[in-house]
Design a protein around this ligand. Structure first.
Ligand code: AMP
Length: 363
């Protein structure tokens, strides 16, 4: 099939890389001819072609997107001509933190108490209701900790609201978590569901740096609970494709933070670490192919993000159990340039491998 992707970043690039072996072809709508996915298919660039989305739709049999910030109006328009997966409802829900949390509450999925905020006065009331510390976030378009303000004291309210630049926001109770986890799953057009194991994520400066897959010392009940949340979300949204849920592990169980209607950075380990990667499974799902097995290929896997600077990548290339994935991006502070996947047969092998790659991790 011909697959059109709205966006041409590293997620689009890795989706295409996984889809060519299934005989699919790819087109992208992007910003520039040097976007990470640009050389992997037909590139429809807005600057050169104001009707680039129409051209992409003419090219494609099915459309998907690589960002939750995709315009719902555009998806609605495209869907009158060809299918878009995940569907418009899933995109509409997951791109707004308030709508997302309304759905969590409706499905009895635990999430932090919250209140929507549209003014400084709203924020004052929300702080009184929710208490401090609390996190103020923009309702839409936040990523990697952007558009967030951690409020410790009432005296910070004015500054916090100012930092939101007047956009609709949400105040959330600060969750005292032990670990950050995520769960990735995929649902097919035929309602088949496949789940990857829960993974553990470590952030630095709000950017994901390290994923351990599967997360170690996870109680079977916790894994089952996370799967249950995922299953009811997939079914409620009639979701097709790969969905990610970010969770906090707390003393009192799991608390869901947010969802992403797409393949996710915390699932990049699955390229070498699972029988079928999150990328290939997304492509299989949206093209109506049978979903692939999600079992890990090794008992211990890890993913290290390469952020800002490439560093000495030869170190990675010399390791038998490390796999380098670069995104064809130039170096820039805090930019995701690539990642390294590690596969291991023991905890010691995993820890030794991560130690060899310590230059790629923050001190
Ligand atoms: P988010 O954009 O919602 O994924 O938030 C970015 C990061 O901020 C998360 O990975 C957490 O480390 C932290 N964070 C977000 N929300 C909360 C919360 N309610 N309580 C504690 N930490 C949070």
């Amino acid at each position: 099939m011909k697959i059109g992707i709205l966006g041409a970043g590293q997620l689009g690039r890795m989706l295409a890389l996984s889809g060519y072996s299934l005989n699919h072809q790819f087109g992208f709508s992007g910003n520039a001819t040097d976007d990470p996915a640009a050389l992997l298919g037909h590139m429809f660039v807005k600057k050169n072609n104001p009707n680039n989305i129409d051209s992409l739709v003419k090219f494609a049999d099915v459309i998907t997107f690589e960002s939750e910030n995709t315009d719902v109006g555009i998806v609605k328009k495209i869907n009158k001509k060809i299918p878009v997966y995940p569907n418009e409802k899933s995109l509409f829900t997951t791109q707004h933190r308030g709508r997302e949390k309304t759905l969590f509450n409706h499905l009895n999925i635990p999430c932090a108490p919250y209140q929507m905020v549209n003014s400084k006065e709203d924020l004052q009331v929300a702080v009184e209701t929710i208490g401090l510390p609390a996190i103020l976030k923009t309702a839409t378009e936040g990523y990697d900790g952007k558009g967030q303000f951690l409020i410790h004291k009432v005296s910070q309210i004015t500054k916090a609201w100012k930092s939101m630049n007047g956009v609709e926001s949400i105040l959330e109770e600060f969750v005292n978590f032990k670990r950050e986890l995520s769960l990735i799953a995929v649902r097919g057009i035929d309602n088949d569901h496949k789940y990857y194991p829960l993974v553990e994520n470590t952030h630095y400066d709000s950017i994901l740096r390290l994923t351990i897959a599967p997360a170690q010392n996870i109680d079977k009940k916790v894994q089952e609970t996370a799967r249950h949340y995922m299953q009811i979300l997939l079914d409620e949204m009639d979701y097709v494709g790969t969905l990610t849920i970010e969770l906090f592990e707390t003393e009192n169980g799991l608390v869901v933070n947010e969802m992403a209607p797409r393949v996710h950075n915390s699932g990049h380990w699955s390229i070498e670490g699972a029988n079928t990667s999150q990328f290939e499974n997304h492509i299989r799902a949206i093209t109506g192919m049978p979903l692939g097995d999600t079992t890990p290929t090794h008992p211990f896997c890890a993913m290290i993000n390469i952020i800002g600077q490439l560093k000495d990548i030869d170190v990675v290339l010399k390791m038998p159990n490390a796999h380098l994935h670069l995104y064809d991006k130039s170096e820039r502070k805090n930019r995701k340039l690539g990642h390294i996947n590690i596969t291991a047969n023991s905890q010691t092998e995993l820890e030794d491998s991560i130690a060899k790659l310590k230059d790629f991790l923050p001190k």
